[in-house]
Design a protein around this ligand. Structure first.
Ligand code: ISE
Length: 336
């Protein structure tokens, strides 16, 4: 710990927030946690346990306004984000905001506009796959055109089980939102339309039934995503890029392999926290460096807005059974 450390305030002490509190304390250098804000005082206290010098607040806005807070991590539920982000932008402090930026494109655009009016990128969206070593390899390969132009992406996104109350719309808003972002980032291309089909002959509102989402991009790349949030066996995120001269795949569970008793095997991670732990750590480390300089280093508010617009089209496609087009507002110059 040093006087030069970035003093971080964390808002939201739920599953992700408490994980991030530990991360900042144990694994991010040059940053220290000074406050955790959550309306649930017990939850906030649990999140700071064993973290010397970290206090709790029940009003998250107090954290954003505190004079000893240099930057904020927002890990509260999406509907709470907009006023928090606007307050941080007004104060001029950097924010790392868990996805979604906000729950819909209109409110996301208000955050974009507030930032553009200030003339500085302050809000980073926590799309952690951008920091995953395998996804970074794939991005490098595509950027260097080593296999020629990308033609298709095949993606699979599987969770062992979904939490209670998970709806079919959340398959898009909570889960496929990651594929919307990774597609834009990997291809450096904008998304233009979404279609959704469901497994089975009869339409069901059971979120555990797999769906196939097809995404079209401006340059004509077609992306299919299997979203299956009740696959039971573990957590899996895969992406195969089909290019003019070959294919490249990430997410193939290539960790340690054991051979015993006439079989070989490895482990499938239980959920996204262990699977993307290295990515979350790298994301936080790079954000802390950037925030000390007053900026961000990752997905911007504009990226969060573009993902929200794609989610809206995705939900429309789910509900109507029709292909839905994505339209974006004009992009302010600070995001060029
Ligand atoms: C969850 O909210 C996440 O963000 C995970 O990365 C994703 O894999 C999961 O499907 C979501 O529910």
């Amino acid at each position: 710990m040093s006087d030069q450390d970035l003093r971080v305030g964390l808002i939201g002490a739920g599953m992700m927030g408490s994980d991030h509190a530990r991360r900042i304390h144990e694994r991010v250098s040059g940053a220290r946690l000074v406050a955790v804000g959550d309306p649930d005082a017990d939850r906030a206290r649990a999140a700071v346990e064993g973290i010397p010098g970290a206090r709790t607040e029940t009003d998250p806005i107090e954290v954003i306004g505190a004079s000893d807070v240099d930057a904020v991590v927002v890990a509260s539920p999406g509907p709470a984000h907009e006023p928090l982000l606007l307050a941080a932008v007004e104060r001029g402090i950097p924010v790392l905001c868990e996805k979604p930026l906000t729950p819909d494109s209109k409110s996301a655009l208000r955050v974009v506009q507030a930032e553009a009016d200030r003339g500085r990128k302050l809000v980073q969206v926590g799309f952690m796959r951008r920091f995953d070593p395998e996804f970074l390899d794939l991005k490098g390969l595509l950027d260097d055109s080593e296999l020629g132009e990308p033609l298709l992406l095949h993606c699979a996104h599987r969770n062992a089980a979904h939490p209670p109350g998970f709806t079919t719309n959340m398959l898009i808003n909570d889960s496929v939102v990651h594929e919307f972002d990774t597609t834009r980032w990997l291809l450096g291309d904008e998304l233009t339309a979404v279609s959704v089909r469901q497994q089975g002959l009869v339409r069901s509102d059971d979120a555990g039934i797999p769906q196939i989402v097809t995404i079209e991009t401006a340059r004509g790349v077609l992306v299919d995503v299997e979203i299956f949030v009740h696959c039971r066996f573990g957590y899996q995120v895969r992406c195969e890029a089909v290019c003019e001269h070959g294919t490249a795949t990430v997410g193939g569970d290539t960790g340690m392999r054991t051979h015993t008793a006439g079989r070989w095997g490895g482990q499938v991670t239980a959920d996204f926290r262990p699977r993307f732990r290295a990515a979350f750590d790298a994301e936080f480390q790079r954000w802390a460096h950037a925030a000390r300089e007053g900026g961000i280093d990752g997905a911007s508010a504009w990226d969060g807005y573009a993902a929200a617009a794609a989610c809206e089209a995705g939900v429309q496609a789910q509900e109507t059974g029709q292909r839905a087009e994505i339209s974006l507002a004009a992009r302010p110059g600070i995001y060029d």
